[in-house]
Design a protein around this ligand. Structure first.
Ligand code: HEC
Length: 83
């Protein structure tokens, strides 16, 4: 935790994975209070048992009458994402 805070304060972007960081990530990824309105977490669309993608054709929005026009892609291997 201390290492994460120092890294963020110093602007260091490469962070070593640790059990503490994994727990923070799991906690954020599954927290349904972070959506507005509350009720949706990352895991609602990025489903762990579907390679962190959404098997539905269109992912539902947090507001029932709003949604995008596609489903959530996989978020596995985020280190490989292009900046
Ligand atoms: C309502 C469904 C939904 C929720 C909830 C959601 N996502 Fe997504 N996510 C999407 C969709 C749809 C896309 C694709 C957007 C696009 O490319 O237009 C996406 C794209 C992404 C991408 C980019 C993937 C790529 O290959 O470029 C990342 C990373 C990501 N989401 C992480 C998260 C995280 C972290 C959370 C929680 C804080 C989250 N998502 C919550 C639907 C969702």
């Amino acid at each position: 935790m201390l290492r994460l805070l120092i890294s963020l304060l110093c602007g260091v972007t490469t962070i070593q994975a640790t059990p503490d960081l994994a727990e923070i990530g799991r906690s954020v990824f599954t927290d349904k209070n972070l959506s507005n309105p509350p009720g949706q977490s990352c895991m609602t669309c990025h489903k762990p048992n579907h390679a962190f993608a959404d098997p539905r054709r269109i992912s539902p929005g947090a507001v029932p009458s709003f949604s995008g026009n596609r489903n959530a892609p996989s978020v596995m291997y985020p280190d490989d994402f292009q900046n």
